[in-house]
Design a protein around this ligand. Structure first.
Ligand code: ARG
Length: 463
């Protein structure tokens, strides 16, 4: 009886009693790692082809294994595969189904490899696929941002520091700041992909294998750019998953900043933008409400990704070489990070181009708060005044404006001249919002001309 139960254990020979039912469930990963079935099969097919190439499998065996694996993929995709906790994980479930289907040949597939290098390979293949998809979504979001920037290149809004009105900027310029953040996120992800795309297969359990394997060939079949150079490291490190999650945490941090601004701007207090109705919800009690749920959720979802980063760092921390079961805990945080990133990017890429800017509101808002005060100081400097003195003079003019409810541009020439005799009629050119933004006409500045140059460059990059 014991003997029969143990037959179900992959490594049954050594055991004299069957696994405790709870422990079986506790230690299994099939509940979540079945997600990597395509990569597991892809890796196994490449491994079988390599085993044939080096003469470990004959042509008939190779063919039976590959056809069997392809058939299993079909079964899985048709929802016909029976996943078994007893088979612990995706690797053993597929292998045991293969053996059930093609008999003893199926048992030869695992020659020269271990689940340790198999799982490391699967995760890398999985993450590589996801990175490629995420890169296309990032580009879609960048395109959306640039389309708004183009539409609003001449739109004036207040620029803020400390969330206090600082200087007028163009809406397009503000959008392009978001675009720039994503440029760096794309670069970082492309760089991360290089380290993800390294083949650990061939490391076997930890020390390599006694069979004459051809790792270059397997790498070529699977599209890996590099081969891990140390088998102990190859099976054990999950730094590539940590790196991806750190990348995701940085992306989400950027997205919380976009979110925060969209939430503020769509509030009754700002009213800078309208978010499309299809991205908002109402309140069950307050009929007037239109809540910016999508940016709020994205802002909130950053929390889980930051948490996953800490989980992964902690599971890797202090692990002795080589593989330890701790590493099985890498999958759920990684999968959830991928899902979260995909969801947030999709929602934003769909929503951002549909943002409606209320140009008159942003214009009037820029007029309040003395946003051209720096321009007046710069004007006085051009008339020969030292900047610190100019700062003082403008401060007095602003105080007068606060007291009398007047913007600098609304004061009479006589009033302005009462603060400095260096002021003459042409001062009004610098006090207008249009004049203020147009004057910042250098690389990186907010002038519409500069912003349009940046947009043209961006459109080439994301074409
Ligand atoms: N399910 C395991 C994991 O995700 C696969 C590797 C198991 N290796 C082992 N020696 N128990 O890490």
């Amino acid at each position: 009886m014991t003997q029969n139960i143990n037959q179900e254990k992959l490594s049954s020979g050594r055991f004299t009693e069957s696994t405790d039912a709870f422990v079986e469930e506790f230690t299994a990963s099939i509940q979540f790692d079945h997600r990597m079935y395509r990569q597991d099969i892809q890796g196994s097919i490449a491994h079988a082809r390599m085993l044939y190439k080096v003469g470990i499998l004959d042509a008939k065996e190779e063919d039976a294994i590959i056809k069997g694996l392809q058939h299993i993929q079909q079964e899985i995709e048709n929802g016909e595969m029976h996943w078994s906790i007893k088979q612990e994980d995706i690797h053993m479930n597929i292998e045991s189904r293969l053996t059930q289907m093609i008999g003893v040949t199926g048992k030869k597939l695992h020659t020269g490899r271990s689940r340790n290098d198999q799982v490391a390979t699967d995760i890398r293949l999985y993450l590589r696929d996801e990175i490629d998809f995420i890169l296309t979504e990032l580009k879609r979001l960048q395109q959306g941002i640039v389309s708004v920037a183009e539409r609003e290149a001449d739109t004036i809004m207040p620029g803020f520091t400390h969330l206090q009105t600082a200087q007028p900027v163009t809406f397009g310029h503000h959008m392009m700041a978001w675009y720039e953040m994503l440029v760096r996120d794309v670069e970082r992800l492309q760089d991360c992909r290089k380290r993800v795309n390294t083949l650990p297969l061939g490391s076997a359990a930890l020390a390599g294998t006694t069979y004459p394997i051809d790792r270059e060939y397997t790498a070529k079949l699977l599209g890996f750019d590099r081969i891990s150079q140390n088998s102990l490291d190859g099976v054990s490190d999950r730094d590539f998953a940590i790196e991806f999650t750190a990348w995701a945490a940085t992306l989400l941090m950027h997205m919380t900043r976009f979110s925060e601004e969209l939430i503020l701007w769509s509030s009754a207090q700002f009213q800078f933008i309208d978010l499309p109705d299809r991205f908002c919800t109402g309140s069950s009690i307050m009929p007037q409400k239109k809540n910016p749920d999508v940016p709020e959720l994205v802002r909130g979802k950053s929390g889980r990704v930051y948490g996953h980063l800490i989980s992964l760092l902690t599971l890797m921390k202090s692990q002795p070489l080589a593989y330890n079961k701790d590493n099985q805990e890498d999958k759920e945080p990684l999968f959830d990070t991928v899902d979260t990133v995909r969801g947030c990017l999709r929602a934003f890429a769909d929503m951002v181009p549909a943002i409606q800017v209320k140009r008159e509101v942003t214009y009037q808002a820029a007029k309040r708060g003395f946003s051209t005060a720096t321009d007046l100081a710069d004007y006085l400097v051009r008339q020969g005044m030292a900047f610190r003195d100019a700062h003082e003079v403008v401060g007095l003019a602003v105080a007068h404006g606060v007291k009398n409810g007047l913007d600098l541009s609304e004061m009479s020439l006589e009033t302005l001249q009462s603060f400095s005799d260096k002021i003459s009629e042409d001062v009004f050119e610098v006090l207008t919002l249009e004049g203020s933004v147009a004057a910042r006409n250098h690389l990186g500045g907010t002038a519409p001309e500069q912003v349009k140059n940046q947009i043209a460059l961006a459109k080439k990059v994301i074409a």
